[in-house]
Design a protein around this ligand. Structure first.
Ligand SMILES: Cc1cc2nc3c(=O)[nH]c(=O)nc-3n(C[C@H](O)[C@H](O)[C@H](O)COP(=O)(O)O)c2cc1C
Length: 182
């Protein structure tokens, strides 16, 4: 059976992106899902001095191993001031010091949601143009605006957005079926 990792680019314990990515993962069929939480990968703030003096923290290696051993990645990015959260960027920076092709050519479905009307559109744009340099195979992107209105009891309640996500997940699933572990 194929296995994927699913996680939110947020360290909030009640992250709305974690809720969205959990829902997205539940739509996959016959796929083993490992739901990861950035809070379980404690990392110091990246700095070249820290790296020179103390090396790369083992938690960065650990997260990268999850990526490497997966068949695909489902990621929902939180947006802080139009960009990645500090927690996610920090993880990416640390992992990129080990392997610049951080995503190992894995199929990736990119999601984002926010409390506002743009639904994390800015961070999605940033990731969509940047992640291919880290060897991500982005299958699709999906943004859910106004989370509070459109998501209730673990599900998207707006039919149009729900259909969009389901279509994106279906594409991702198809990609998983043809990919082998790299
Ligand atoms: C420091 C900070 C900056 C934020 N900037 C944005 C923003 O640029 N765009 C946006 O749509 N929401 C922004 N928000 C609201 C977030 O969308 C909201 O906090 C959301 O819950 C974050 O996702 P998470 O719950 O998965 O961490 C910001 C929130 C914080 C705390």
């Amino acid at each position: 059976m194929k296995n994927i990792i699913a996680f939110a680019g947020s360290n909030s314990t009640d992250s709305i992106n974690k809720q969205l990515v959990t829902y997205g993962a539940s739509l996959l069929e016959s796929v083993e899902v490992e739901l990861l939480d950035l809070n379980n990968f404690e990392l110091p703030l990246f700095g070249v001095d820290y790296e020179r003096e103390q090396g790369i923290p083992k938690e960065a290696y650990k997260f990268l191993e999850y990526i490497k051993n997966s068949n695909g990645i489902l990621l929902s990015l939180a947006e802080h001031n139009g960009a990645y959260t500090a927690a996610f960027k920090n993880l990416l920076d640390w992992m990129s010091r080990i392997e610049s092709k951080t995503f190992y050519g894995k199929p990736m479905l990119l999601l984002a949601t926010s409390t506002g009307k743009r639904g994390g559109a800015s961070v999605l744009e940033i990731a969509k143009s940047r992640f291919p340099y880290h060897n991500a195979e982005i299958t699709d992107v999906f943004s859910l605006p106004s989370f509070g209105d459109n998501f209730k009891n673990g599900k998207i309640v707006n039919e149009e957005f729900d259909a969009q996500l389901k279509e994106a997940v279906e594409e991702f699933q198809k990609k998983l079926e043809v990919e082998t572990v790299k």
